[in-house]
Design a protein around this ligand. Structure first.
Ligand SMILES: [Zn+2]
Length: 313
């Protein structure tokens, strides 16, 4: 009897996992991220004025992956163009955001050399190593090197989403650094998460709890939500779910003008040009496409925005 009592919850949990999938990580959520809810009107009022941020886009690693993951090959535009799956060269970026008062932040993490040298030790089992072609990752500037060259300490990481290639730098990020994500990114369930959850957990192990941007509905309904991160109009987190439940783009007002970091809402130049969302590993293509169109519209209205895509420039 006793063993049945202990077995039943385990079995029902396994069944739930099979039926509904699981969250991308079991890493805990912390208190909400700082910043205040903003609006598209407020953001667009400021976009064209130079801001205080110094921004550096760093190509942390060259890589190549299947085009079917980067572009939805079943989209009408891809079919019309006759796109076929092939191996596409991409980059894994980290963006260094320097705020004159608030310090240094990364948008996504780049790639740690530890992960490339010893993926097994960082939690990547051999199946995932093979599927992801970790051996094709060629480090240009590791996360540790990015942090070493940076003036001062790292005050936080803003994630575009929690897919593995965006947290590959975590082995080099110290355990005291605050981590910020989009709403529902780590709490919504999906069957596909079963394959990566253990690895995501391992890469986030002992790190700070994840803090969600507290998006409110955009009064103009231009976007699903916008947060003014430092409450000074210098960095806006924009809620663009679709690729993942909490996908987030960032509009950054640099000293040279506005820069939009799309994350994997649009990873490739072809996808941006033809308004096609990414393919495999995208959880909600329709919603992804809708939010990609919204980002393109923002850029059409403010052509001076420099667009930096998830994996190509
Ligand atoms: Zn990616």
């Amino acid at each position: 009897m006793k063993s049945n009592h202990t077995l039943l919850p385990v079995l029902s949990c396994a069944l739930t996992l099979l039926l509904q999938g699981c969250t991308v990580t079991s890493h805990p959520l912390g208190k909400p991220a700082p910043g205040k809810a903003s609006s598209s009107v407020e953001m667009e009022r400021l976009i064209d004025q130079p801001g205080p941020i110094q921004l550096e886009a760093i190509n942390s690693a060259d890589w190549s992956v299947s085009l079917a993951g980067l572009v939805n090959l079943k989209s009408p535009a891809a079919i019309q163009a006759g796109l076929k799956d092939l191996e596409e060269p991409i980059q894994v970026y980290a963006h260094l955001v320097k705020h004159p008062q608030h310090g240094n932040y990364l948008v996504d993490t780049g790639v740690s050399r530890k992960l490339v040298d010893n993926p097994g030790k960082e939690g990547l089992n051999w199946v995932v190593q093979k599927i992801m072609h970790i051996e094709k990752l060629q480090i240009k500037k590791s996360t540790a090197e990015i942090l070493k060259d940076m003036d001062g300490k790292l005050s936080g990481v803003f994630f575009t989403h929690l897919h593995l290639d965006h947290i590959f730098g975590m082995p080099d990020i110290t355990n005291d650094v605050p981590l910020y994500i989009g709403a529902s990114e780590s709490t919504e369930t999906n069957l596909k998460n079963m394959f990566v959850r253990g690895i995501t957990d391992q890469l986030l192990k002992d790190k700070q709890p994840l803090q969600e941007w507290h998006f409110q509905p955009d009064p103009q309904n231009q976007f699903e939500g916008i947060v003014d991160v430092f409450e000074d109009g210098s960095v806006f987190a924009i809620s663009v779910p679709g690729h993942t439940p909490g996908s987030t783009a960032y509009l950054i007002r640099t000293t040279h003008g506005p820069v939009l970091l799309t994350g994997d809402t649009c990873p490739t130049g072809w996808g941006w040009e033809h308004t096609v969302e990414p393919g495999d590993f995208t959880e909600d293509n329709k919603r992804n496409l809708k939010n990609l169109k919204r980002l393109k519209e923002l850029v059409a209205n403010h052509p001076q925005i420099e667009v930096r895509l998830g994996h190509q420039h």
